[in-house]
Write a protein that binds this ligand. Structure first.
Ligand code: 5RP
Length: 263
């Protein structure tokens, strides 16, 4: 692996081998998502606890200060909306030239395996890897399911992650599920856990993150369950404790409870 690629990956994955990526890319198909209406405000207190920010070029340019030193994973797929026909019908929206210009540490795109757009989105991934490798830029593949959240079981997610790795993704982001080790064990590149819609309790999130880490994930790419929480800083600190300090879910929940009392 070339120095540039290794260097970018080491910006994203910390020296303990773990990572906490914070996605704020939701607007690319959801519009002004709750608590992300003003992304610049949302991320202000959270940036210092994030190992990378997953963001589109539009929000990066308009809402993230250029003196920000948190590594950027640039969301480069899109072209669909939640009110349109099919969320899976994505193309590549952003060139590698733009990724270089924006000093991105990685680029990320979604693949929709099993959908009508499986071939198209897998070719998006393959073509993106071909171009990104030229410049030593890692590609993170997101195994997306659109509105079909019930698809998320170990057999399906293992299939998706393996295919994404085979086509050249350097990191794969996928949903947590029961028997998550089956997903990780079949994937030859690091796996990060996606968050999904906001859960009822903090403990639920901390439990699935902890379970996923114990079963081989290297970290998370988790957004709504952090910044839609009433106490986002307390929540990100609790999740960091699971990821970087090997805290149990209960220990992390105690951190959340004590941090949320702080001003
Ligand atoms: C959407 C994405 C988002 O980055 C990801 O789903 C957001 O994370 P969360 O679900 O935790 O809010 O890739 O396809």
């Amino acid at each position: 692996m070339d120095w540039g690629m290794k260097n970018r990956l080491s910006q994203l994955i910390k020296s303990d081998g773990h990572c906490l990526f914070m996605p704020i890319d939701h607007g690319y198909f959801l519009g002004p998502t709750s608590k992300l209406e003003k992304p610049g405000e949302t991320i202000k207190p959270l940036l210092q606890y994030s190992d990378a920010l997953f963001v589109t070029r539009g929000v990066l340019r308009s809402c993230v200060p250029p003196d920000n030193s948190v590594p950027i994973i640039l969301r480069v797929s899109g072209g669909t909306s939640v009110v349109g026909k099919d969320l899976a019908n994505e193309g590549i929206t952003t060139s590698i030239k733009e990724a270089v210009r924006l000093n991105a540490s990685a680029v990320g795109l979604s693949v929709f395996i099993g959908s009508d757009y499986e071939h198209q989105t897998l070719m998006n991934l393959s073509n993106l890897v071909n171009e990104a490798e030229e410049y030593g830029i890692p590609v993170m593949a997101v195994t997306a399911v659109g509105k079909e959240l019930e698809k998320r079981d170990a057999r399906y997610l293992a299939l998706c992650c393996r295919i994404a790795a085979e086509l050249g993704a350097k990191v794969v982001k996928t949903y947590w599920c029961e028997n998550f080790d089956k997903v990780v064990n079949g994937c030859p590149v690091p796996v990060v856990i996606a968050g999904g819609p906001k859960t009822d309790t903090e403990l639920e999130v901390l439990e699935f993150v902890h379970d996923g880490m114990q079963r081989g994930a290297i970290g998370v790419n988790l957004g709504r369950n952090i910044w839609q929480n009433q106490h986002p800083v307390a929540m990100i600190k609790a999740i960091r404790a699971v990821i970087h300090e090997n805290a149990s879910a209960k220990e992390a929940n105690k951190i959340y409870e004590s941090e949320k009392k702080k001003k």
